[in-house]
Design a protein. Structure first.
Length: 294
């Protein structure tokens, strides 16, 4: 499914051409496959090779036009394959290309006609690697290379977490309303020990900037899905034990296990924001006396 982040990644990749596109591909493949499996080549006098997949014995050639032109692509493919045949084929049995746009049917056919089992990778495969195969830290690094606004990255984190919460959420017909306390300070005071109040308030204030995005994302779902999401969070909260602070930690670790070994600060921050949003909306934790229905 397309997301705003995927769309902007696709656009930014398509805007790259020439050496900047080659630089992007090399950085992406180094992050994804590691220096032991991928060896980048310099931009000039590269003998038709922009990088080596060492474990596959494959070389790649990059092509980043402003707009796809069949004749121009076929000439580029012929020239790069000729260089590969002359300089690399004796040691690297496989060859392929990487382009900055969505593939047309002609392109794989052309590449395959030059050498059996040759490959070509387009913008869709590159977006998939960035969005679905990189860790959050590496994804953010590539997104910054592509000058993607942080808002798209943050929104994508929130959406992934909400989708995962919905995946195993129980269905239910009874609507569970959100409620907003009249004074968040009072709600924090009755839910946290005296020694934790200041740190809880600080974390809440830092999380507020993400509440609008969370609210908008949740609002894009059907009412039945929103109810399932609320029920999932309530049930997970009730399965945990101890104080609110303890339960928030347990729930954060539970949800974080989906994404990493527990050391992913980016996802941890976004999970905490979602939980604190639901705390503010009185879905979890002790309620104050002056709540109003949203």
């Amino acid at each position: 499914m397309d997301t705003p982040l995927k769309n902007i990644l696709r656009t930014q990749i398509g805007a790259l051409g020439g050496f900047p596109f080659e630089d992007f591909v090399r950085d992406l493949f180094l992050l994804r496959y590691g220096p032991e499996n991928f060896t980048p080549m310099r931009n000039v006098r590269d003998k038709g090779c922009d990088g080596l997949f060492n474990n596959e014995r494959r070389i790649i050639a990059c092509y980043g036009p402003r707009a796809y032109d069949k004749n121009d692509f076929e000439k580029k493919a012929d020239d790069d394959f000729s260089s590969y045949s002359t300089h690399w084929e004796s040691k690297y049995e496989k060859w392929g290309m990487v382009v900055n746009h969505m593939l047309s049917p002609d392109q794989p056919l052309k590449v395959e006609s030059l050498k059996e089992r040759s490959t070509i990778m387009g913008s869709e495969q590159l977006v998939h690697i960035i969005h679905d195969e990189l860790s959050s830290a590496k994804r953010r690094k590539i997104a910054r290379f592509l000058r993607v606004d942080e808002e798209y990255i943050s929104s994508d984190y929130f959406k992934q977490i909400i989708e995962d919460l919905l995946e195993n959420a129980e269905a239910g017909d009874q609507e569970i309303p959100y409620e907003r306390p009249t004074y968040i300070g009072e709600k924090i005071e009755i839910n946290f020990d005296a020694d934790d109040i200041d740190s809880a308030m600080n974390e809440y204030e830092l999380s507020i900037s993400g509440f609008g995005t969370v609210k908008n994302l949740i609002g894009s779902y059907e009412d039945s899905e929103i109810t399932r999401l609320k029920r999932r969070i309530i049930n997970d909260y009730q399965r945990c034990s101890g104080s609110l602070k303890d339960r928030l930690t347990q729930m954060t670790d539970l949800y974080l296990g989906k994404y990493s070994d527990g050391d992913d600060d980016e996802y941890r921050e976004h999970i905490r924001t979602i939980l604190l949003y639901h705390f503010e909306q009185c879905l979890i934790g002790k309620k104050t006396a002056g709540e109003t229905t949203e």
